[in-house]
Every structure is written in C-alpha cells, then in structure tokens.
Write a protein that binds this ligand. Structure first.
Ligand code: NDP
Ligand SMILES: N[C@@H](CC=O)C(=O)O
Length: 816
C-alpha cells in the first residue's frame, strides 16, 4: 500500500482533480489518499470566522462564495444522477458551518476550539467530493473520517499527536483496500476537533503511512520537489534529487514550504521513503527522501534555507558568567511564556546568551525575561533585556558537511565579500546545519551568494554598474559583448550589466541590460540630476558580486567612490581624479576597500593597459624599495611631438588628430597643461610609498598663457592656432640639435617634477614611437640598470582592455 497526499493546489479545480485521478489510476498497489482543502479554502474559513467576530455580516458572503465553489466543483466532477448524496452532504455541512459563524457573530467571541471546528470543514468537503468522484470513476475508494482515527491533545490549532491511541485506531484498517481521508484534522479524547497545524495534511498522511507501515509516502504539490533554495529569492534554485530524512527535516524546518517538518518523524523510524512529486509535471522525478540514497552527493551542501521575521534577544551581563543555572532560568522562563526558541548562541565568556525567536513572540519573551531577571537587573548583574528585529536566519544544510574543512570559512568569506554582516552564528555538533543570522534586507543577496558559492553548476553572476559611455566606455562594452559567451561557457561567469549612467541619464535594471544595446538603453533611461541618484539606485538594489566601473573623467563621479566602497561594491576606474586628489582621500579609498572586503583597482590611470601600477605594487610587496622613476607618461603628448613637424603640419592639426584618435583626455588641455602627467607621476610616487600631494609636483608649462586659460576644447584649439609660432620655435630648437621633444616625469628622493625636455639619440626616450609610454624604475634590486615597462600608453581600446583586466582580477580574487 502507498499513502498519497495531494495538496491544495493539486485539488484546486475539477480539471486538477482529474489529473489526480490519472495519477491514482496508474498505481499498481492499493492507496490511502489524503487530501488538503481546495486551495485558499482554509484561509477563507479563517477569514469568515474573523469577519463574524468583527461583527460584520460579510462572513455570510465569504461562506456563500465558498459554498458556490464547492457546489460547482462537485457538479463538474460528478454525473447528475450521482450528485444528490454529495450535494446534500455539502449543504448539511455548510448549515453547521454557518451556524457556528452565526454563534461567533452573536457572542462576539471566537475561541481556538471554535476556530478549529470552522477551519476543519475545508478538508471534509474536499475529501468527500473527491471520494465520490473517484468511486464514480471506478477507483473504488472508501471515505473515512480522520477524526475517527487521528487523536491529538492540547492546543486546538496545533495539537500534539496521541501516538498510542492513534496507532491502535489505524492498525485495523485494511491494507488491501483504497481509502480517502481528510488531512489536517484530528480529534481529542473529548471528541472535539483539533488541528495538526498549517501544513498538517502532510502530517496526517505521514501518520497514516507510519501506522500502516506502507511501502511509501507520496506528497504531491504544484512544485517539482524540494528545491535547493527558496525560488522566490533565488531564480536558479533547482530540485534536489534525494535527501536523507534528517536533511529534509532541517530544510523543511527552516522554511522549505514543500514539506511540513513534523511529517518526517512518523515515517523515518520505519524507513518508509517519501517521494515529493508535482501533480502538473508527473513525469518529473521529484525528490526522494529516505535511507537509500542512490547517488553520492556532488555537493556537501544539499540546500540553503532561510526564514525571515526573526528577533534576537540578548541576555547579557557580568552576572551570567560562571553562575550555574542561568541558562536554565532563561529557557525555563521562555517555556513558561510559551515562547518557542528558534536559535541559541552563547559565547564561552558566558557573559551573554543570544536567543532567536519569531517576531510575534518577541514582546512576550522580553517581558517574561525582564520579570524573571528583575533582581539581577536591579543589581546591575544583568543588562535590561531588549529584542532587536528584522533579522533572517540562513542555514546551509547537508549530511556531508560534517568534517568538511573550510566550509564555514567559505560561507563567511562569501558573505563578507558582499558586505553582509553576520550577527549571530549557530552550528550543532552534527554539523548538518550551519545557521547565520543576518539583516533581513540582505536575505535575498545572501541566499544568492551562498547558492552560487556552494552549487558550482550554477553560473556566477557578477553585477556591473558602469558610468561613462564615451570613447573608453564604448570599447569596454564592446569587449564584454564579445567575451560574454566565452566567459559563461569556459568560466561559468555571467557578467550582468545592471546599471549605466552618463552625465544626463541612467538605467538600472536588475534583470540585466544587453551589452550590445547599452547606448540605446541609456538614451531611453531616466534623467539624472546628480550622480548620487545612480549611487542610491545601486545601493538600493543591494546585489551580490557588485562592481562599479568609472569610465568617465568626472570629478563628481570620482567623489562617489568612498560611498560605493562602503557598500562593499568594488570600484574600477581609469579616471585619475580620485587617485591624484589629496593623499588622505587616496589612502582612505584603499583602506575603505580593505575594510569593506572589496577592491579598488585603477591600473589604467597610468599607462593605459600597461602593467605599471601592479609592477610597482609587486616590487614593494616583495620588499623592494623604489628610488627613482623616470617616465614618459603621456601617450597623447608623445604622439603630438612625434608627429609635429612645423614644415609639414601645424601644431593644432596634430592635437586635433590625437583627440580624434582617442589619446587625449576629453578636455585636451589636461594633457597639454601637463596636469595629466603630473597626476600620473603623483600616482606612481604614492604607489612607491610616498605621501606626496599634487601641489608638490613641480611642472614647467610648455604652452603659452592664452592656451592655459582656454575654457573649452574649441577655445583651446583657437588659442593653439594663434600660438603656432611658439610651437614652431620649440620644434626647431630641438631639431637643430638633433633632439626630440619629450615630456618627462621624474620622481626621486621624495620629489616629483614634469617638464618638456629635448632628448638626444643616446636617451632611452629618444626612440619612443607613436603614442608609447615608457616607465623606467630604479630600485634597491634594480640600482643601475632600471626595470623598464614600455608600450602603447593611450587609446580607448587599450584602456578598455586594461579596465577589463582589472575586472577579471577582482573576479578571480573574490568570486571564483
Ligand atoms: N583615452 C585614453 O587613452 C585613456 C583614458 N583614460 C581615462 O578614461 C576616461 C574616459 O575617457 P574618454 O572615454 O575618452 O572620455 P569621453 O569624454 O569620451 O567619455 C566620458 C563619458 O563620461 C560621461 N560622464 C561625464 N560626466 C559624467 C557624470 N557626471 N556622470 C556620469 N557620466 C559622466 C560622459 O557622459 P556624457 O556623454 O553625457 O557627457 C561620457 O559618456 C578619462 O578619465 C580618461 O582619463 C585613462 C587612460 C587612457
Ligand atoms: N590622455 C592620456 C590618456 C591616458 O591616460 C594620455 O595622453 O596619455
């Protein structure tokens, strides 16, 4: 014999009930069918009771709607000539139900006993209708009333099973016949109705299964089985193929709604397997729960469950340490106050005990504890007890987590990397469950982080917010659009663009924006008043593995890094403003990134994609000391002086060309004035370990005053045109001595300077072609022959590639 239970959605309509019949007709052994009420019925019955209590006669409408629905389903299933018995039964039961509600209405009183009676009607109706229909369809089932077989005592709404009496009543049922019985309901020794708790139909089925010692228990619902995470939080949640009883118990206890936790106990002791199945996809295997696990689990973690609505109560104070019986007093007090403790932690200093309770119990718990510890509180041995709310517990569950070294490290690392603060931790010695308490605002993010971390078949999502869709920005989008599929296929990485902004508009979309369509999406985006709108949106989305990329030259954008890093969102930038702002700010950004477990990467601020910053950082990390840096750091100026020949072209033509080719800053005055090179040598000096400021970098301007004061690019070009003779003179002075003009930046003995120099062929800078940069580093290890880094140092495509490399560095360190 099999016990088979169908949940509310499986019997929600006549069409669904016909599906149930198909499932049953394929069974090759007798079955004991347990059904829930038609979906939504129990809630409506409860509402009707509350409406009656509230003194409005709207309960009559609720009851009418319920009656009509049950009549309709009965009429749709049962042939006209067979309907009478069923309809008469429903009518009689509704008469009783209405009388009960009228009583509540008249008395203005609703006891748990009456509420239990009212709520019991749903399963009685559904089982009676389905039983008659199945008989009509020749399935030959006998309807029995669970009230006559399941005995429970205590709380009317969530009774305690009387195992002995129930066992003796069930044992005589004939295992060669088919039965149908209502779930959820039981009766006590006085014959009064007692419910088995919400979800109790699963429990009823397990009680029948255990006592009849059947071959299996099937629980049919509208989902494919037990999922490895809550699908409302984690879109990529998948069905777990098999679970041990204990794993299933942990998961169902911690929020997996597909199975009511008490269901496991009655069948576990007898080794009766449970199969969770989907009525609407019966071909799917579902989840097996039992002793005979066929496969070796790939992952030690089988599932991640979470429950919100937790309050934490801390009983703390010096009076707790070393005094026997304090913990007993806490728990005895809570028991007397009927408060269920969800989670307990105590640190070994014994100075505090932290208890998790569901929100609804928190006031009761706090009042009871403050009363019980009143004398200790007065003597200042125990602090006044308060509760803090809005917490969630997230639990990793799996039998094979036992003795798996590093697993909790992975858990804490993954949460920490995403700025999720862990407020309390609980792990039993069984090591089957590690629970952490976090702020409920982080529940979705944390569940997703852990799901990606522990189920390696799931692709890892990286959420990217990008500011700037200009020269560099466009190239960056292009690279990702080209690389995305490869990254997914080969590295299991899903780079998701969730935010773009320029100076006028922004788009934020958690579901992702097409990398090919960034410009189009942005054109249709919302207008931004201030860049902080974008930052606020980013914070609100609170997505795991978030990285912000600044491809602008904006001061406003760079001023937001600190706030972004404080959200544990890593920052990548090619914008030099932040790193060349005050030393305190630059250092603050680096420290903040460390403090909030994220990264601040800015390799492209010097030499575009050349590995200049990383090289200096590595030298220092390995114990080297930088003594001198001499470099050509401006790609655009090198390009300009390499291509300017006063007899063939004008200076302004070459500057315009450098801008068109994407080597200059958005405002080329930043290059021509020397500011860009000053920023870069300052950044390198800081990386070398010196706390230099921008105003300490000495620079000799080589452009005339009128150019230096140009307000925009057009004015600058005009000013350069008017100053052609100045540039011609510079060129001729150099060529008359077979020299070339190079803007050289030097850092030595704590000082930095930048200037236009004439270099001869003996100089290593003489042959620096095109838009190339060269950085020559002398250090303790390279005292005379410098370490040299050389190559193209400007260009949007190269810079975007450097930004992408910074991105992959972060992903490799933090996500993979
Ligand atoms: N080109 C190169 O070789 C290298 C460049 N870099 C750096 O790359 C950065 C970008 O340069 P490039 O692409 O040429 O610049 P562009 O001028 O082409 O693009 C700048 C982008 O930033 C956006 N932007 C400006 N202000 C804001 C703001 N307040 N909020 C949001 N977005 C804003 C602009 O939007 P809008 O269009 O609305 O103004 C535009 O999309 C610069 O910092 C530069 O120093 C670094 C190394 C090498
Ligand atoms: N404008 C810059 C671009 C890179 O930082 C340069 O010319 O080098």
């Amino acid at each position: 014999m099999l016990v088979i239970k169908f949940g509310g959605s499986s019997v929600a309509s006549s069409q669904n009930i016909k599906k149930v019949k198909v499932v049953l007709s394929q069974k090759k052994q007798p079955f004991f069918l347990v059904v829930s009420a038609f979906s939504g019925t129990t809630d409506l019955l409860q509402n009707a009771a509350k409406q009656a209590l509230g003194g409005t006669d709207s309960y009559l409408n609720t009851l009418d709607a319920l009656k009509n629905r049950h009549f309709l389903i009965a009429k749709e299933l049962i042939l006209l000539e067979n309907q009478a018995d069923t309809l008469i039964y429903i009518q009689k039961q509704f008469n009783q139900l209405t009388a009960l509600c009228e009583g509540v209405f008249a008395l203005g009183e609703l006891t748990d006993k009456t509420l239990a009676r009212i709520m019991s009607f749903g399963e009685l109706f559904s089982s009676f209708i389905i039983g008659h229909y199945l008989c009509q369809e020749a399935l030959n089932v006998e309807w029995i009333n669970s009230l006559d077989y399941i005995k429970a005592e205590g709380n009317y709404l969530e009774g305690e099973l009387n195992r002995t009496e129930t066992a003796s009543l069930i044992k005589d049922l004939d295992k060669t016949r088919n039965y149908i019985a209502p779930g959820f309901i039981a009766s006590n020794s006085k014959g009064e109705i007692v419910l088995l708790g919400r979800g109790g139909s699963d429990y009823s089925a397990a009680i029948f299964a255990g006592n009849l010692n059947v071959n299996g228990l099937e629980i049919w619902s509208d989902v494919d089985g037990m999922l490895d995470a809550n699908p409302k939080l984690v879109k990529s949640a998948r069905t777990i193929k098999e679970l041990s009883y204990k794993e299933a118990f942990e998961l169902s206890h911690f929020g997996a709604k597909v199975l009511y936790a008490p269901t496991i106990r009655p069948v576990m002791n007898k080794g009766i397997p449970i199969q969770l199945k989907n009525t609407f996809s019966p071909e799917k295997k579902g989840t097996y729960i039992g002793n005979k696990l066929k496969q070796e689990p790939q992952n030690s973690v089988k599932g991640i469950s979470s429950i919100a609505g937790l309050s934490l109560i801390t009983v703390a104070g010096i009076g707790l340490a070393g005094i026997k019986g304090m913990a007993k007093k806490v728990f005895a007090t809570l028991e007397r106050a009927s408060v269920n403790v969800v989670l307990i932690t105590q640190c070994c200093s014994e100075q505090n005990i932290c208890i998790g309770v569901v929100d609804k119990d928190k006031n009761q718990a706090v009042t009871a504890l403050n009363e019980a510890f009143d004398s200790e509180i007065r003597k200042l041995l125990v602090d006044k007890i308060i509760a803090k709310s809005n917490y969630s517990v997230i639990a990793l569950v799996g039998d094979n987590m036992k003795m798996k070294v590093g697993l909790s490290g992975q858990l804490f690392g993954a949460l920490g990397q995403n700025g999720i603060n862990i407020i309390a931790i609980a792990q039993g010695a069984s090591e089957r469950n590690i629970s952490v308490v976090i702020d409920t605002k982080d529940e979705k993010k944390a569940t997703n982080v852990l799901h990606e971390c522990f189920f390696n078949t799931v692709s890892k999502k990286v959420h990217l917010f990008v500011a700037g869709l200009g020269n560099v920005g466009k190239q960056f989008f292009k690279i990702i659009a080209e690389q995305k599929a490869t990254l997914l296929a080969e590295n299991n990485l899903d780079l998701r663009l969730v935010g773009i902004a320029n100076s006028k508009r922004m788009v934020l979309d958690e579901l992702g924006i097409d990398w090919d369509q960034g410009g189009v999406a942005l054109a249709q985006g919302t207008e931004v008043g201030h860049f902080s709108d974008f930052v606020e949106g980013m914070k609100k989305m609170n997505l795991r593995n978030s990285i912000f990329i600044d491809n602008t030259a904006s001061e406003e954008v760079s001023a937001s890094y600190l706030e972004i890093l404080k959200e544990s969102i890593s920052v990548i930038t090619c914008n030099k403003i932040a790193c060349s702002s005050s030393y305190e700010h630059y250092k603050g950004l680096k420290d903040t990134a460390k403090k909030f477990n994220c990264f601040f990467n800015y390799e492209t601020t010097v030499g575009a994609a050349l590995p200049v910053i990383k090289t200096i950082q590595d030298l220092r990390l390995s114990g080297d000391k930088i003594n001198r840096i001499q470099a050509v750091l401006s790609g655009s100026l090198n390009f300009i002086f390499n291509h300017y020949n006063s007899s063939k072209n004008t200076f302004v033509e070459i500057v315009k060309q450098a801008k068109e080719e994407g080597y200059t800053e958005p405002n080329p005055l930043i290059d021509l004035s020397g500011i860009d090179v000053m920023r870069k040598i300052l950044i390198l000096a800081r990386e070398a370990g010196y706390s230099l400021e921008m105003d300490e970098v000495v620079a000799n301007a080589f452009i005339p005053e009128n150019c230096l004061h140009a307000q925009n690019a057009t004015a600058l070009f005009e000013a350069i045109e008017q100053s052609e003779s100045h540039f011609k003179q510079l060129y001729e002075d150099a060529s008359s001595t077979d020299s070339k003009l190079k803007v050289i930046a030097t850092f030595e003995k704590g000082k930095a300077w930048v200037g236009l120099e004439k270099v001869q062929s003996s100089s290593p800078f003489f042959h620096l072609e095109g838009k190339d940069n060269i950085v020559s580093i002398q250090s303790r290890r390279y005292p005379t022959e410098p370490l040299v880094i050389k190559g193209a140092g400007a260009g949007a495509e190269l810079t975007a590639a450097g930004v992408f490399a910074d991105l992959m560095l972060i992903i490799n360190k933090s996500i993979n």
